[in-house]
Design a protein around this ligand. Structure first.
Ligand code: IVH
Length: 657
């Protein structure tokens, strides 16, 4: 056997061992033997660069090259599923299916709903060609280089199997198993990095990493659940997935065919408890009509198929004792009640603090110190208290119900609650320490002035030393040359970001951009009346009032003066001004399909720059649809029905020159 033949043989063997190990969890050789074969292959490939193959087992480690993602169109749109939350809604689904099938009998396939991010894998001649994220369902990011590093995804299918279609797509979920998630967060904690809130965020952050080598080390996994193509082997979804497993894909063994609603409900109740034993996160059950012919007959709505539905599990709850309620003051002065509780295990992490949101929610919970409470993590980052644990009525706490505070816990100022607002806030914005610190931190943050040499600790230190009391003080810091330079650089930050950096209540990134573009300078904004502000699309009463209040303060106006004096950008740059026009003023434009000259996001920006408004769905008010290739059939139909004009990419570019 010559070296070339050996390369081919080793690749085939290693693909099989990889499958045995990562998919079957049944390795037939030792790790050491595996490593030795891999090393041999690596050496041979180095000697024979002409044999390079992106799907070789040696490529699993990923390259350090920076990958920019291309946006690509899905061959078939990636739909989502309608959700149900109880047996009645599942029964309704059954009934709808039965009616639509004119009483024909049907089977459903029940399977776990994996809580990760969906991916579409395209195979051609038994090899992985392309992996694309869901994106907006019509187009997604090409993340093939990253996906190649996921060991349970086969790069090359076993060529001894003869029934593999030449071309097919298989969809599934990319996940970070609990074990990898915990390891990763531990590492990040040690490095002082932000922790991922849950495995889904961690998986998504990882898959979007521009560095495949990082991805390769993060221990991602994948389950496949949907096979598509012109030559699909079987008439049943369940059967197809079993066949796909034999081709080398990791397909869940926990799928089950059900003939009745009772069988299905039994499956659901079983997995509601047993899912906690699974190595990955799940958030429900997916129910699919099994016959592909029946699926076709049922068809789909604009958003989701009529032949499938998701049943979502109740969020996991834990019971613990409430010890104290503290009140936190945020950057904009909003005061949030926080419950401090005995630590308890919840969805895989230890929890001892939970948000109580605001005064109304606090009051409705009627809490006492010592109460036994139920905490819930709705797949979300911050746990919340949902109520008292009624199973433990005898362990109720003592004293009077916990009340919202009247005065700021830090500076003692009487709190205010806006007319239509849920939250209380401390109006002493200029002299209340957490607000000062919060504003300073916000000012230097990445999306604001992006002064990356100055972090929270340095801000605290400077504030303690009396060097930093407001954002203009940054520009008087001179003792450290490097830091002073990085601060000085921020005078180049464009006006729209400066406006956001000021930290005016309710003026987020988007509102700042809108105001900057409309009024073009800080002076114009400062002299605008509430009516003028309200005329701007996207600026409502709350924002307008807040802007007026901000500039009504003499202290804030002095602050702006001082910032002007150090050269901060307070007018729209020439470039932005030049790119602006009113060509599309007053027009509501829907973007649909796949484009060649600009990305969707760019078109969105272009529309805004020319005074138009990008809207999500077609209605009689839509001025026109900017349509690329592969515009969805449902949208097209709706547009025709409503007589909305369809404008091609070229035509549109012509309109705005
Ligand atoms: S089937 C048209 N099966 O849930 C069929 N989806 O809300 C669509 N998901 O976007 C997908 N586990 O990311 C299907 N066993 C499963 C699933 C599953 C998780 C995700 C998927 C999808 C979302 C639907």
């Amino acid at each position: 056997m010559n070296e070339i033949e050996r390369i081919i043989e080793l690749r085939k063997q290693l693909h099989q061992h990889n499958y045995n190990y990562y998919v079957l969890s049944a390795p037939t050789i030792s790790d050491k033997e595996f490593d030795m074969s891999l090393k041999e292959l690596q050496e041979l490939e180095e000697k024979h660069p002409e044999m390079f193959d992106a799907n070789s087992p040696t490529q699993r480690v990923g390259s350090d090259l920076n990958e920019e993602f291309q946006t690509v169109a899905h061959i078939r749109p990636m739909l989502s599923l309608a959700n149900t939350y109880n047996i009645e809604e599942v029964r309704d689904f059954y009934q709808r299916v039965s009616d639509a099938l004119h009483g024909q009998p049907f089977q459903v396939c029940a399977e776990l709903k994996y809580d990760g991010l969906s991916i579409s894998l395209h195979y051609h001649n038994g090899e992985l060609r392309q992996a694309v994220t869901r994106g907006d369902g019509v187009q997604g990011d090409d993340v093939t280089a990253n996906v190649r590093t996921i060991r349970s995804i086969p790069l090359v299918l076993n060529s001894d199997i003869i029934d593999i279609p030449e071309d097919f797509e298989i969809r599934g979920e990319i996940l970070m198993p609990w074990s990898s998630f915990e390891r990763l967060n531990k590492e990040r904690e040690q490095n002082g990095e932000d922790l991922f809130a849950n495995p889904r965020n961690a998986a998504s952050g990882t898959l979007k990493s521009k560095n495949p080598k990082v991805v390769s080390q993060r221990g991602l996994d994948a389950y496949l659940y949907f096979l598509l193509g012109d030559d699909i082997p079987n008439e049943g979804h369940y059967e197809n997935m079993n066949i796909a497993r034999s081709w080398g894909f990791q397909v869940s063994r926990d799928m089950q065919l059900c003939n009745t609603l009772d069988e299905l409900w039994e499956y659901i109740t079983y997995w509601d408890t047993h899912r906690k034993e699974l190595p990955v996160a799940t958030d429900g059950i997916v129910i699919k009509v099994n016959s592909i012919a029946q699926q076709k007959a049922l068809g789909m709505t604009a958003k989701s198929p009529r032949w499938a539905i998701a049943y979502k599990f109740q969020a996991e709850q834990a019971s613990t004792i409430l010890r104290e309620v503290t009140f936190q003051v945020g950057r904009t002065g909003v005061v949030t009640p926080v419950a401090n509780m005995d630590s308890v295990q919840l969805s895989g992490t230890m929890v001892h603090r939970a948000t109580l949101h605001n005064a109304d929610i606090l009051a409705s919970l009627d809490l006492h110190i010592g109460d036994r409470v139920l905490v819930e993590k709705g797949g979300e980052i911050i746990p919340k208290i949902v109520g008292k644990d009624d199973n433990f009525a005898q362990t109720n706490g003592t004293g009077s119900p916990i009340q919202f505070i009247q005065r700021c816990p830090v500076c003692g100022t009487a709190l205010i609650r806006g007319e239509e607002e849920a939250s209380h806030y401390c109006p002493n914005d200029l002299h209340c320490t957490p607000q000062i610190i919060g504003r300073l931190e916000h000012f230097v943050s990445r999306k604001a002035m992006n002064i990356n040499l100055v972090g929270p600790e340095l801000i605290q230190q400077y504030h303690r030393q009396g060097l930093l009391n407001d954002i203009a003080d940054f520009y008087s810091i001179t003792h450290d040359k490097k830091i002073a330079d990085s601060i000085a650089q921020s005078t180049q930050v464009p006006f729209e970001r400066v406006l956001f950096a000021l930290g005016i209540r309710f003026v987020g990134e988007i509102a700042a951009k809108t105001l900057a573009r409309k009024f073009k300078s800080i002076d114009n904004i400062m002299s605008a009346t509430a009516e003028e502000l309200l005329e701007v699309d996207g600026i409502g009463k709350v924002i307008a009032e807040s802007v007026i209040n901000y500039f009504a303060s003499a202290e804030n106006r002095t602050l702006i003066e001082r910032l002007k004096n150090v050269g901060i950008q307070f007018t729209l740059s020439e470039e932005v001004l030049a790119a602006q026009s009113d060509t599309l003023s007053g027009q509501s434009i829907v973007i649909s399909g796949v484009f060649t000259h600009h990305s969707r996001d760019e078109y969105k920006r272009i529309i805004e720059q020319h005074g138009g408004k990008n809207v999500g769905s077609i209605s009689a008010k839509t001025s026109f649809i900017l349509a690329g290739d592969n515009m969805g059939p449902a949208k097209l139909e709706k547009a025709q029905k409503l007589g909305v004009r369809i404008v091609s990419e070229e035509e549109f570019l012509g309109m705005i020159q």
